[in-house]
Design a protein around this ligand. Structure first.
Ligand code: GLA
Length: 814
């Protein structure tokens, strides 16, 4: 997908001589269940593919659309005034139709240059037309600041297809492209418009959904789709219902006199039922149970609705014979693709389908993976670096660096903010590349050589003093401002990943098994590189120094403590006066919203390992043994009593015994019981109290029963406490820089923990959260940090880099 985006942006530059203002992506879809039900006001259950259409776009004057497609010959120049159905035909009718529908809805859409690229096969039933419509719709809406809900954009994109292209399609494809979420299918009620994301994770069930592009091409414009729709409407009339959605029992369709119409209606009613069966199965995590439903749906589309085609029937049958749990055609029919639910190793099914094709002398089919992916969104482009006049190397370096040193009084503070924003936007593409490179090769712990190399390479050429850690693969870079001997500000990014097996389906997903940047540290590193570049460009006016702290081992390894021991706080020659860290969130906070608070920001976390030691023996004679199990149970309960009786409810603690292991069988008393406990607290006082009293409870309960116990803290982070004044300062910078609506004061501290706490124990500062939930995804239900499905949007990189820059500049000038 990145390749297509870069390709479209390059083509745009080649044609127009300037960079596009952005690149937007809309995915294709496959539909798990509910075919030809959408225009019958029924239910559908599609999910988005990791392939789709990109549009590189910029506004232009003259109220004209200049549309070029890298898949189709020629250029379409479409004047917007007077545009109406019938005035544009062929491929350009899809994008032009969207502009027409948006203007007809009184949205403020004007002229634009659009370059369209796609990695979706056309006519393969994967919704390439809707992907074009949706990518153009979000591009035009963003370019012209039209604040339109996604559901409305879907309706406008459908209108373009219905009226400008002339296909009476339903609302499924546009809804899927605009509203799907990664890791989920989308349950859509096509009458009410209500949508529900349904978790769908074939990989977790040891399965995969394979798309077989049968090679037979379809075109919804050929009239057969429209004919089916008309038949359904006749069938509904025959049954006396507004639409077939209002019939719930498939047997009722037998009442229709015309046998063809009865079969059409039987398919629609039964496929609606299968959508609900599929939702129930997914709710019960029974992905395999979808197999028979897929099989039945194909039979219904083949025999009752009569929209399948020979290659689809052969592919579905061969797939099932070779071990697929079920297979069916998708989309409108008469050509396109088949989906098959297959074991994780899809090779035997692929071989069987190929063999079935070869036996008939057909051109072999192609196969695509189909990880449930995110819906349409703006993606970042990679702007070409500006010409480097003093570089003798004709191959322009990949990095943009430009000195920016206005003389005194030449720039107001608004102009300065604007310049930071513009410069951050200009390097956003490069930061995205860096973030994605780090994301694809995640490393866990204190030793992250590949990540360190990428960061060092990205800082190359900047006027920084760079030192590398000796105990860990940290990077410390110092920028000495030339605008006076002011204080030192420290900016921190963590660099490490988590032992999580990524399941986002992103094009740049982790290539390292079992390891994932699931907490967004890849974004933090890229943002801090961005800030180093923006601040280096302003070095001449910078009244002080900045320490850039790139830190490994945040996830439980205490990397910050090692870096403090190695001297990061004094790296510029004097102790930092203030320290700031940014942290992205894949859920809970809306996209682009910053949040912080005064005082405790995150909890202290302790890992406490307990071993209760008794004396094993025969289960029938406990009096001859010293049984550790009841004692350990008493400890579990006593720890909960401790929480409720010893702590102020307004300064809470959490104790969770997450692991309890003892014994081997029912009639043997074991020697030992082991407990693993996590403890969270929110103030230094309650932390000290809980550490001391939890250990005492363990020792004394064991002693009361004549046993012994050990209780050891194996790992701990202090409370992350924002300095009140620094938190107020940071909040002020955010609201001044990006506006009140993008700042949410954080009401309560978070129960997670952070080793930036060690920095804040030494230097006043603030820890600030930034929402990175992809636009169009509901932050309330999106997978949160640490989930294998957590997705962080690249679009926040420029904002993060800019905010780091503003914090440093304003704090140094204070
Ligand atoms: C096409 C249409 C959709 C839907 C499907 C069949 O993809 O665009 O609206 O009707 O066929 O389910």
């Amino acid at each position: 997908m990145t390749l297509t985006a870069d390709h479209a942006a390059e083509a745009f530059r080649a044609w127009h001589g300037t960079a596009p203002e952005g690149v937007w992506h809309a995915p294709g879809r496959v539909n798990l269940m509910g075919e030809h039900t959408d225009y019958n006001s029924g239910w559908v259950l599609p999910f988005a593919l990791d392939r789709g259409v990109v549009v590189a776009a910029a506004r232009r004057g003259g109220d004209v659309l200049d549309i070029r497609s890298l898949q189709s010959e020629g250029q379409a120049v479409v004047p917007l005034p007077g545009l109406r159905p019938g005035t544009v035909t062929g491929w350009a009718a899809y994008p032009a139709g969207v502009a027409w529908a948006m203007r007809a809805a009184a949205l403020p859409v004007g002229g634009a240059s659009l370059v369209i690229d796609s990695d979706l096969p056309q006519g393969a039933g994967l919704s390439s037309s809707a992907a074009i419509e949706c990518a153009v719709a979000i591009a035009l809406a963003d370019l012209y600041g039209a604040d339109v809900p996604r559901t409305e954009l879907a309706a406008l994109a459908r209108r373009a297809e219905n009226e400008m292209v002339g296909v009476p399609s339903g609302i499924m494809d546009q809804s899927a492209s605009l509203l799907c979420e990664a890791g989920h299918a989308l349950l859509l009620d096509c009458r009410s418009g209500q949508t529900t994301p349904v978790p769908f994770d074939p990989a977790a069930a040891g399965l995969a959904l394979l798309v077989v592009d049968t090679g037979a091409r379809h075109a919804l414009t050929d009239g057969r789709y429209a004919q089916r729709r008309a038949e359904c409407e006749q069938a509904a009339r025959a049954l006396g219902v507004p639409s077939l959605r209002d019939v719930t029992d498939p047997a009722r369709t037998a009442a229709i006199g015309d046998p063809v119409l009865a079969r059409r209606a039987h398919h629609v009613v039964s496929d609606n039922c299968r959508v609900w069966s599929a939702v129930d199965l997914l709710g019960a995590c029974d992905v395999g149970g979808l197999g028979p439903l897929l099989h039945d749906s194909h039979a219904s589309l083949r025999d009752d609705f009569e929209v399948s085609w020979p290659q689809a029937d052969v592919a579905a049958e061969a797939a099932e014979r070779a071990g697929a749990l079920g297979a069916r055609m998708v989309g409108g029919g008469f050509g396109g693709s088949v989906i098959a639910l297959v074991p994780a190793d899809a090779a035997p099914v692929q071989a069987a389908v190929r063999a079935a094709y070869a036996g008939r002398g057909w051109v072999p089919p192609t196969f695509l993976g189909a990880p449930p992916s995110a819906g349409a969104r703006r993606i970042l482009l990679a702007p070409a670096p500006p010409p480097h006049t003093n570089s003798p190397d004709p191959a322009a370096p990949s990095m943009t660096f430009w000195p920016r040193a206005p003389g005194p009084g030449q720039e107001t503070s608004e102009e300065r903010d604007m310049a930071v924003t513009e410069d951050a936007t200009a390097i956003a593409g490069e930061l995205t590349h860096l973030r994605r490179a780090i994301h694809a090769e995640p490393e866990v712990g204190l030793n992250l050589p590949l990540t360190q190399q990428k960061i060092v390479a990205a800082l190359d050429g900047l006027p920084l003093e760079v030192t590398l850690g000796s105990e860990l693969s940290s990077v410390t870079a110092v920028l000495r401002g030339q605008g006076g001997g002011g204080p030192v500000v420290l900016l921190r990014a963590d660099m490490d990943a988590l032992p999580v097996a990524e399941r986002t389906g992103l094009g740049f997903a982790s290539r390292i098994d079992g390891t994932m940047h699931a907490c967004g540290h890849d974004l933090h590193s890229a943002m801090l590189v961005g800030a180093a570049r923006l601040l280096s460009a302003r070095r001449a006016e910078l009244p002080g120094s900045v320490v850039f702290m790139f830190q490994p081992g945040e996830e439980g390894h205490g990397g910050a403590r090692f870096m403090i021991e190695e001297g990061v706080l004094d790296a510029a020659g004097e102790r930092a006066a203030a320290a700031y860290a940014l942290h992205v969130a894949s859920a809970e906070l809306p996209f682009g919203v910053f949040s912080t608070r005064e005082g405790p920001m995150m909890a202290a976390a302790e890992a406490l390992d307990i071993t209760v030691t008794g004396r094993g023996g025969h289960g029938s004679q406990p009096h001859h043994a010293a049984d550790p199990i009841p004692v350990a149970c008493e400890i579990v309960t006593a720890l909960q009593v401790l929480v409720t009786r010893r702590f102020d409810i307004f300064d809470p603690v959490v104790i969770t015994v997450g692991s309890f292991h003892a014994g081997t069988t029912n009639n043997v008393i074991p020697d030992e019981a082991r407990l693993e406990v996590t403890i969270r607290s929110f103030s230094p006082q309650s932390r000290a109290l809980v550490r001391e009293s939890a250990v005492r409870v363990v020792h004394q309960i064991a002693a009361a029963h004549g046993l012994t116990a050990t209780a050891e803290f194996t790992n701990s982070y202090p409370v992350t406490i924002n300095d009140d004044a620094e938190a107020r300062f940071a909040a002020g910078v955010v609201t001044d820089f990006v506006g009140d609506d993008r700042y949410h004061p954080q009401a309560d501290p978070m129960a997670g923990a952070e080793d930036f706490s060690y920095v804040l124990e030494e230097v006043p500062g603030a820890f600030i959260m930034l929402g990175a939930c992809p636009p169009g995804v509901d932050p309330a239900t999106a997978p949160f940090n640490h989930s294998a499905l957590a997705v962080f949007d690249d679009m926040v990189l420029a904002d993060g880099a800019a905010l780091f820059t503003e914090l440093a500049m304003r704090r140094l000038s204070r």
